[in-house]
Design a protein around this ligand. Sequence first.
Ligand SMILES: [Zn+2]
Length: 197
Amino acid sequence: MSDEFTDSAGRGPYLSDPAPVDRTASRIDSFTGEYGFLSNFYPVEVRFPDYKSQMTMNYPSVEHGYQAAKTIDPNHRDWVRSAETASEAKRRGQKVTMRSGWNATMRVSVMAGLLRQKFRLEPLRSQLLATGDAELIEGNTWHDQFWGDCRCPQHIGMGGLNWLGELLMKVRRELRSESSAGPRPTQDATSSSGSAT
Ligand SMILES: [Zn+2]
């Protein structure tokens, strides 16, 4: 029996199955469970330069770093950084004094920088590369049509911009193209490295 007619679980092409086997394999549209590492809530230390002090601050998740980047008020940044969970950081980020120029371009640029940091680290780098060519979509139910694609009755089928998914696929392409560059730093090793971000 040829492997090209079976998926990774060894299932065959059952004609009564409404979903072709390769369709589910080529799309990841929920960053939960085994794909929870794709979520910005996933715990990982990232860094972001403080606007005024020029010191680099550590944040316990991409969400923390992104929400803190919305403001240049050092007290607000600390407040976001000290949030015990990523969801709390997100809530706090909605209450900070927003910096000027926080437009879509800046938001995407900041997010791209944080994601590049996150996925330079093992095992996250390997986990992202292991998604192959799967389309990455941040399916959500909280009406986020900018970073993802909301599936609520009001938004379903409208097609969110899915910037988070797009950036993840971009970072994956970058990692793949540089995969011959040798071993990558681990999470511990990066804290003392001076690599640019
Ligand atoms: Zn919605």
